[in-house]
Design a protein around this ligand. Structure first.
Ligand code: ADP
Ligand code: MG
Length: 698
């Protein structure tokens, strides 16, 4: 293997390549766009396109594509080749500035939630120069935003970029108040930890549920599950290690800073974490990472499952969104500083996050809501659907002291004056280990842990950036008016703690007692399912905030509402149909065949000698026959619910019916099928079991 320092980013048109291939003038102009969000000088585009083409063609690329993130949650690309006919009958490789800047994919095949009238099928993609172009296979991929011809965002990148801008604008206002005149830009950064399962491809191919839905819809608990924790602590198996090694190499070539990898709690479950980067780039990279995870798995005879809950009764997969905000000078605004001045500023930004999470709990919950993630958040699995913030005992004590104007217990016995006293040092490690909190402060960043493993991280970061921008805006409005900054600051921090401390919870988030306290005593939201939370996207306060910061227009919000509910309905309906299919065509025939074998055995025994005991065969055949009847009736019931749901014209009542009627019917069918699995001979069961799948990769 070539050295990593050499291959890292070798397929990325990054700053090193730009410097080497662009003229100084073009480079400076492009750099201004990238670093400061300045509008791109159109004359620059042609020069950049030419340099990109030469660089890409040299590396074997024959095509280019505008790579974008439609509202399906996966990435989309439409390939065009560089070739253009030459007068002599040959071809030349062409790529113009116009082609770099703008593309026109047919938008009609992507969900628009009503934004794109059917007569206007076109949409356009626009180059995002803040995320580097890269080569994947033989294609130069240009990260782009995707909009309708009316200018409405049809993707996840556009609102993400807008939310970053909103945060930048408001954070700069606050920093100016602290006397910082030199900072030009504030950006949010993310390091997403990605969980996934790896299973054997041959076994996968035998299960229609995995193929059609990404998760198992049947499967009895195996004799061994995750109770021994031996997988988590165990060595990585050779086949998995080979997979991880190749995955790292592929990601490094794409400039993705894949850093940590390890086994996770469940058997066959693993995790990959990159080094953090700007939210926008981290989002692109996470999409690419998920894609490469699946591609590389195929080369190793494996399948990478990114579903949130591929196996019932086994830990699900999530994504931890480590998030912070920093200035272009490299100052992390969520890092407690060394001086009283820095401390006060840190506390204000901390308050901004606390208030944002409290005021917009619903938006954060919505940002991670999918049918798949409901299996984690709505169930007895980490984290719960109730959002709260973990700060750690020490930081919590600091906030309590400020709120009460009382001495901080760890410090000198005087009350702490913000801007004059230094915060007591708190131990970073001590803050890090609450694994049950949905939103934990981990020393210099927050870790939002509710994301599902297959979610695009764009959604969560759009809401997080926007909500924090809103807190900062309120603070700047107030502080800009103040005659005495220090006094006003102290008052603002105190009143924020008082108003929003209900969202802070440092205990065990899995505890039933907490859910009761959170919802009853503290009045926090508990939206267990997608249909429970999505309607709140259109609540007046949410529409006001998101439109005021120009992150979404009202029409765009309505479209997200439609699409998220539509996706929920489609997902569960496909699962339900797959269940009915498997029950009728695989499970019932298998059970019937086995019952026939048992009863034939009884008949044969009887023909040999009437006194031969055949209690076992008879009893098993009886049990299984009863279960088969149960399966048949549960299947019939499921099918009738599916039919009923088809007739509901509106997406909200449809999703509620799915939650209230269809999912329970699926649950009932599963129970009888899983019971039958436990009574049926291994030789007859029609597809691999949980034991096979979870322990099949050696
Ligand atoms: P752990 O959560 O296991 O303690 P780390 O805290 O080192 O691990 O990092 C977890 C993730 O958080 C990594 O992706 C890392 O790059 C990211 N991270 C670290 N610092 C920041 C930061 N300031 N902003 C955003 N992400 C960060
Ligand atoms: Mg972590």
């Amino acid at each position: 293997m070539e050295s990593v320092t050499k291959t890292f980013g070798s397929m990325v048109f990054d700053d090193r390549v730009m410097k080497a291939t662009l003229s100084a003038k073009v480079y400076q102009s492009l750099k201004k766009t990238i670093d400061e969000g300045k509008e791109l000088d159109p004359t620059v585009a042609n020069a950049v396109a030419a340099a990109m083409r030469d660089w890409a063609v040299e590396r074997g690329a024959t095509h280019f594509t505008h790579w974008f993130q439609p509202l399906t949650g996966v990435t989309a690309e439409k390939h065009d080749s560089f070739i253009s006919p030459a007068p002599d009958g040959g071809v030349i490789m062409e790529f113009s500035g116009k082609e770099l800047i703008k593309g026109e994919p047919d938008a009609s095949s992507f969900p628009s939630g009503g934004l794109r009238a059917t007569f206007e099928a076109r949409g356009y993609t626009a180059w995002d120069p803040t995320s580097y172009a890269f080569i994947k296979g033989k294609t130069l991929c240009i990260p782009t935003a995707f909009c309708s011809y009316g200018g409405e965002a049809l993707d996840k990148k556009t609102p993400l970029l807008r939310s970053m801008e909103a945060l930048n604008v408001q954070a700069l206002r606050v920093l100016r108040l602290f006397g910082n005149t030199s900072v030009k830009r504030v950006t949010s950064s993310v390091g997403p930890e990605q969980e996934y399962f790896l299973i054997d491809r041959e076994l996968y191919n035998k299960r229609k549920d995995l193929i059609y839905t990404g998760r198992t819809l049947f499967g009895a608990k195996p004799p061994k599950g995750q109770e021994m924790d031996d997988h988590y602590f165990g060595a990585i198996k050779p086949r998995v290690a080979a997979y991880m090694e190749e995955l790292n190499e592929e990601l490094w070539k794409l400039g993705i800073l894949a850093k940590t990898e390890h086994n996770e709690v469940a058997p066959a479950q693993h995790e990959l974490a990159p080094i953090y980067s700007t939210t926008n780039i981290a989002t692109d990279h996470n999409q690419l990472t998920m894609e490469m995870m699946q591609k590389v798995a195929a080369r190793h005879g494996l399948v990478c499952l990114l579903h949130e809950k591929p196996f019932a009764g086994v830990n699900g997969s999530g994504k931890h969104n480590n998030w912070s905000i920093a200035t272009d000078a490299g100052q992390n605004l969520l890092s407690p500083g060394e001086t009283p001045h820095e401390n006060a500023q840190f506390l204000l930004f901390l308050c901004a996050v606390i208030q944002a999470v409290d005021d917009y709990q619903d938006l954060l919950r919505i940002s991670v809501a999918t049918a798949g993630n409901d299996h984690r958040l709505g169930a007895n699995e980490a984290p719960p659907a109730v959002i709260s913030i973990f700060l750690g005992d020490e930081l919590n004590a600091v906030l309590e002291a400020i709120e009460a104007d009382a001495p901080y217990r760890g410090a000198a016995k005087t009350t702490m004056k913000l801007g004059a006293d230094v915060l007591p040092k708190f131990n970073r490690d001590a803050t890090d280990r609450n694994r049950t909190s949905p939103f934990a402060f981990t020393g210099n960043k927050f870790e939002f842990r509710m994301l599902g493993s297959s979610n695009s991280i764009a959604c969560a970061n759009i809401m997080l950036n926007s909500a924090v921008a809103e807190s900062l805006k309120l603070y700047a409005d107030e502080l800009e008016k103040a005659s005495d900054f220090q006094t006003a600051l102290h008052r603002l921090i105190r009143s924020t703690i008082q108003a929003h401390k209900r969202i802070i919870f440092n205990g065990n988030g899995y505890d039933d007692a907490w859910i009761k306290e959170a919802t009853e005593a503290r009045g926090l939201c508990n939206y267990r399912t997608t249909p429970d939370c999505i309607p709140h996207l259109l609540d007046a306060k949410n529409v006001k905030m998101l439109t005021e910061h120009k992150v979404f227009s009202e029409a765009e919000l309505k479209s997200r509402y439609e699409i998220q509910l539509e996706n929920y309905c489609k997902t569960v309906l496909i699962e339900a149909r797959t269940m009915a299919d498997m029950a009728k065509k695989q499970i019932l025939p298998a059970v019937t065949a086995y019952v026939a074998e048992l009863t034939e055995a009884v008949a044969r025994k009887k023909s040999v000698g009437a006194d031969l005991p055949c209690g076992y065969e008879t009893e098993t055949a009886r049990k299984l026959s009863a279960l088969a009847d149960g399966i048949a009736s549960a299947t019939a019931e499921l099918e009738s619910v599916i039919l009923k749901i088809k007739d509901i014209p509106d997406v909200l009542p449809e999703s509620c019916e799915i939650r209230d009627t269809l999912l329970p019917a699926m649950g009932r069918l599963r129970v009888v099928c899983d019971a039958a699995e436990l009574e049926t001979a291994e030789t007859h069961w029609p597809f691999p079991t949980y034991g096979d799948l979870l322990f099949g990769v050696r």
